[in-house]
Every structure is written in structure tokens, then in C-alpha cells.
Design a protein around this ligand. Sequence first.
Ligand code: 5GP
Length: 121
Amino acid sequence: MAYDENNIFAKILKGEIPCNKIYEDEYVLSFHDINPQKKIHALVIPKGKYIDLDDFSENASNNEIVGLIKGIHIVAKKLGMSVNTGKGYRALANINEYGGQEVPHLHFHLFGGERVGKMVE
Ligand code: 5GP
């Protein structure tokens, strides 16, 4: 499957659609989810065009991979939910059909600000 240049997160990255930005650097953009499922629900996306975690693992550079993992921590810290600024959180990536992925640009959900409950329904 080819990367869809017109997916909603691609449009956010291009600045065509606004977002409530939390953090941005060379490798990642982070913003609040439009339909939060917990008190804090942030999204962290790589700037590169990757459909999902499998695509990212196979095709991203080592710098991009490190950048995304570091970006998740930076955002969690900034939002007061990392282990050094808060009480923890959940980082989750949905992958393809069975994973329930809706937007075909890799993203990690960061849920926190309260207990997030059971891992899966
Ligand atoms: P997925 O099911 O693909 O893992 O998650 C997609 C997420 O993107 C959902 O939680 C949904 O609420 C969020 N989302 C969809 N469209 C937009 C948008 O235009 N802006 C923001 N900030 N989040 C969006």
C-alpha cells in the first residue's frame, strides 16, 4: 500500500489543517487528539511519510527512529505524565486493520492525566 499524501495527518504536517500543537522538532510533531479519550490524549507523529509502525521500522533511518522515541518522552515530560514529571501514561500505536488504525500516517497515542485502565477491551 502506498502512502496517502492526503491523509489528515499529512495535511496537518503541511499546515493545510490546524492542530493544537504541543511540541515540534526535526523529527516529530505532537498535538492534542481532536476527540480525547482520556484527560490527556496527545498524538506524536514522525515528520516522514510512514504509514504505520511496520513501514517505519523497515524504512525509517536510525535517526528518525531515535527521534520518534525521544519525541514521545519529551512530550510525556512536557505534559507532566512521564515518570519524572508525573505518574505515568500509556503509549499506543494502532497498526492496520486488526489494530484499528484509522489514519494511515504512523502515530503514537499518549493517554494520561488519570489512570488509563485496562490495556485492551
Ligand atoms: P487511529 O485510530 O488511526 O489510531 O487514531 C486516529 C486518531 O486521530 C483518533 O484518535 C482521532 O480522534 C484523531 N484525529 C482524527 N482526525 C483528527 C484531526 O483532524 N485532528 C486531530 N488533532 N486529531 C484527529
